[in-house]
Design a protein around this ligand. Sequence first.
Ligand SMILES: [Cu+2]
Length: 729
Amino acid sequence: MPMDEVAVTSMSPPQKLITTLLFILCALATKSEPTHAETVRYTLNIAEATVNLTGQPARALAINGQIPAPTLKAREGDTFEITVNNHLSTETSLHWHGLLLPNEQDGVPHVTTPPIAPGGSHVYRFELRQSGTYWYHSHTHEDLQEQLGLYGGIIIHPHHGEPNTEREHLVILSDWNDEDPQRTLAHLKRDGDYYTFKKNTVPSWDRVIQHDALTPRLSQLWTRMGTMDLSDVGYDRFLINGQVEAQLGAAHPGERIKLRLVNASASSYFYVEFAGGDMEILAADGMPVVPLHTRRLLLATAETYDVRVTVPAHQAYELRATAQDGTGYTSAWLGHGEKIAAPTLPKPNTLLTTMHGNPAQYIAHTTNTSNIGHMVHGAHTSATMELHTTDTGHAAHRHGHQEHSGAPPSTPSITRVEVLEDYAPLRAPEPEPTDDRPVREIRLELTGNMDRYVWSFDDTVMADAPPILIRRGERVRMTLVNKTMMHHPLHLHGHFFRVINGQGAYSPLKHTVDVKPHATQVIEFLADEERDWFFHCHNLYHIATGMARVIRYVPDGVMEENLEETWRAHYTDPWFINGLMAVQSNMFDGHARMAWSRHELRAEIEANYDSDYEIDTLYEYIVTPFWGVFAGVNFNHEPGQPTWQRGVWGVRYILPLLIETEWRIDHTGRLRFEVGSTLNLTRRWQFTWRYNTFDEYHLQLEYRFTPDFSLVADYDSDYGEGVGAQIRF
Ligand SMILES: [Cu+2]
């Protein structure tokens, strides 16, 4: 009972005496009871910072000068009182990821909590209703603040039970680019495959042939899905606790150490492995699970796991987090002495992935740790089972549990998995009590337009979609159907949900769920809160382009109109301008595109140096990722002739094999059909062809020095052959 809440109003003298005695008793009880709830205060100053993680100084954002931000620690039942001062020149916010709290404390600007203005402050105050490992981060996505360093850990110790005497470490994983994240988003908006050049994963035909991947590649192209994509961004560095390589401290042989793993990356998944042997998983997203041993654990963005490791000997053991896309890793060392490294994982080959497959790149890769595997938890190896598939449907089938059954499965059958990369073996220690709540079914498709880099639910960005309506007292069952070739880490604010994973009433509680490419994942939560809550993909570049929704409790969750208008303006897909300019010996070619959500304005000019030119200015409405309708004006000029101006209308459609087609008609009734595509011959060589029914054609060979600059050679039916240079912007 917090003292400051004891209100003494007008009372008689005996009442006053009794109240005073109670007050003293209460105060004495406070002294003798060390676990009494307290108010835990922090002051967090958000400001610009400079980091040097690559040898070059780069702009970052920090809290109290730290990246990660200070770890917030308290006990369950305590009250956090956190003063946040914004020293930036832009708005900011902080969200307490995974914490159950009153709606207005949740920290989503323009949805639950007002943004903190430049120079402004905000005091968050809420009681801690849970224990475990959580984290906090900026929820201001417009300038992608989380990518720049605004994240930190939260550790809440349980109120009851034995205090943990084991040594423990917080391990915060993140990803880093020196490039400003707004540039990164602009690059992705220009070309969703932009960073495949940097990562050397261009799905080029030389690699297809080299990897004998013709069938899967043709299948990918036929379904127009492109290649599986394990991450959109090519990062410079991956970090543990803000460092490329971290030292966690001393460790003694036989000592059991608890590691609180937090994936605070903007858009990276990590495989985590300990060189000293298995990890024992104790909790997922802060909630305890039946202990499960594993060699390697896949951590989706925004998830947390508590694991326990046992130190084999007087040596330094690596805890390695390898980015899922295989482009790098970060290490933390436990103990001192001879260094024992964790294995290097092979780079995944996404070319070999088809729509219903998985790269399976890490299957049974246990080589150089097998010699120490027996030292740790050897008793469990008899129950070892390999989890190869990433398809949760397969997993459920394999375990034979009923998906939605309230009946507890007989016995937990899995105590160890080699690689934990789906949720099937995770099991809550206590069954969920049965109830007869009404069930609300919600089906959401996870959608994206990789060509234009727009991410969404049901092909609609948040700004264009109504809130998802639920009622207090319901059981909400969300069926999440991933229609894309990417993983999406979906996060629900203010609630825990059950990940329906085949464990029946023992389905684990989480706040973030990875939905794998082309997989379906069901989650269920009890609607016991009020007002509006955010539900979104935790890939920062996906939320920034619209992959989010408001989940609204009705009727008491109705928000004021002006607040709703605010979030509509802030949670849309922002517009970007991009294009190219090619200066060649025979012609000039320029394209500019301004694109946002389902809309696109385009201007295209082709000209020679003899005042012969053609200009298209068009507006296109994108109906689905595969087709759009457009209208505009075409200008055509030839020397000695008057300039033609024609109104044009048409349809653009992408055929299987990613062949682009366009039907257009002008106001004089002339119909034109055009077809063309671009082929990546190698990482650097590209070939583009285009032909239309006016017998015009264009062939271009391009050599890319960077994704921005190339040399080109072409032949055009109107302008002849030429060579030149091309820049993209
Ligand atoms: Cu996503």
